[in-house]
Design a protein around this ligand. Structure first.
Ligand SMILES: [Zn+2]
Length: 171
């Protein structure tokens, strides 16, 4: 698994949970996305979650002009919100940030998904993960890089993420 930590793409790079570049439109973007997803066998590079639906692609270096296959990787909706923390925190209002956790960010995603499938509440999950010292979002990659992001069960400001996230919480 690739190491996961909260960061953000420039706002122009983000067009929603299933499409995160504006440089390529329509067919070109779909073709690129499909070739990356197929290469990675639809498995998220950050949490190993496998799904045929709602997986998207992430530009590893943050540059959506860099369409080289080596710069592209498959990402699930939860990890996508953590990599797009600005959207997760400020636009969707669905992501919380903490200074302390008993687990790595990659494990937080895996455990959140598992515990939510088991019907655990957000509070139970926060306790299990040892999430402490909640802090606000700041537009600063260095500040974010040492924090832990928690994707809550809230549906988000626009509900755009709800279906994609809920898909991952089902067996
Ligand atoms: Zn993931």
């Amino acid at each position: 698994m690739k190491k996961l930590n909260p960061t953000y793409a420039e706002s122009s790079n983000y067009r929603g949970i299933t499409q995160n570049t504006r440089k390529l439109a329509g067919k070109d973007m779909d073709a690129l996305r499909t070739s990356v997803l197929e290469r990675d066998k639809y498995k998220c590079s950050y949490c190993d979650f496998h799904a045929e639906e709602y997986q998207t692609i992430w530009f590893i270096d943050g540059d959506s002009d860099n369409n080289k296959m080596s710069n592209l990787t498959t990402v699930c909706p939860m990890c996508n919100l953590i990599l797009n923390t600005r959207v997760g925190c400020q636009i969707e209002g669905i992501v919380e940030l903490y200074e302390e956790s008993d687990y790595s960010q990659n494990q937080i995603v895996q455990m959140t998904r598992k515990l939510r499938r088991e019907g655990k509440s957000d509070n139970e999950i926060r306790t299990r993960l040892g999430l402490k010292s909640k802090v606000p979002f700041k537009l600063n990659r260095e500040y974010l890089s040492v924090l832990f992001a928690f994707v809550t069960s809230w549906k988000g400001s626009y509900g755009e993420c709800e279906e994609a996230l809920a898909y991952g919480y089902r067996e």
